[in-house]
Design a protein around this ligand. Structure first.
Ligand code: FES
Length: 217
């Protein structure tokens, strides 16, 4: 039987939401991370804190194969090492200047990040494709409750008008806010995609209403 490594991985974004030369903030269990796609298409994840003065690297920018800090422009490569310090153009940055790098996998249209040394393979969702991600003020348990479905490692199976769908949930980089990625069948038609998108918004309303009701009780 294949080993399940789901718990070691966090689904931080859909591939389609991280274009080339972009960086986004994300949250994994142990850290805030900056997830960025180099111009060659590869995705990297680093601690979201510049070693210089602590600026968030997710506020930075990508040029070529490097992520630059927005504050003083220190440039970091995919290995996390500082490649250049603009204020000292002749200086080769010491090896010790580096950001923590996390493991990244891009699979079935989902970007996964892990802080585990040997996380194994990222979860597979064959036959699915990412439709859209939303944020909401509710827990994954509330979402699963609204769908009357089981929650397993943040994943909830769902049926939308007879189409198989799946929600991958994880805390967002914003405190108390959940991030949910909706996957639907890879061959879905435009009309099924529209229905799924509407169903997702209805689910968000239902989950947030359930939270409010719980608070008022
Ligand atoms: S804080 Fe990042 S380069 Fe200065």
């Amino acid at each position: 039987m294949q080993k399940d490594f789901s718990a070691a991985w966090t689904p931080v974004a859909l591939s389609a939401d991280l274009p080339v030369a972009y960086v986004i903030p994300a949250r994994i269990e142990t850290a805030d991370v900056a997830v960025w796609r180099a111009e060659d298409g590869t995705v990297s994840a680093v601690a979201d804190r510049c070693p210089h003065r602590g600026m968030r690297l997710s506020h930075g920018f990508v040029r070529g194969e490097a992520l630059s800090c927005i504050y003083h422009g220190w440039r970091y490569g995919k290995t996390g090492h500082c490649l250049a310090i603009p204020a000292h153009p002749g200086l080769r940055p010491p090896e010790a200047i580096r950001v923590t790098v996390y493991r990244v996998a891009e699979r079935d249209g989902v970007i996964w990040v892990s802080a585990t040394e040997e996380p194994g393979e990222a979860p597979a969702h064959e036959g699915f494709t990412g439709l859209r991600s939303i944020t909401l003020s509710a827990t994954a348990e509330t979402l699963a409750g609204c769908l009357n479905s089981a929650l397993r490692h943040g994943t909830i199976d769902w049926k939308i008008d007879e189409m198989k769908a799946r929600l991958l949930t994880t805390p967002s980089s914003e405190e108390g806010i959940l991030l949910a990625h909706l996957l639907i069948e890879a061959g879905a038609t435009q009309s099924q995609k529209r229905s799924a998108s509407i169903a997702l918004e209805a689910l968000r309303r239902a989950a947030e209403a359930a939270v409010k009701q719980g608070e008022a009780a």
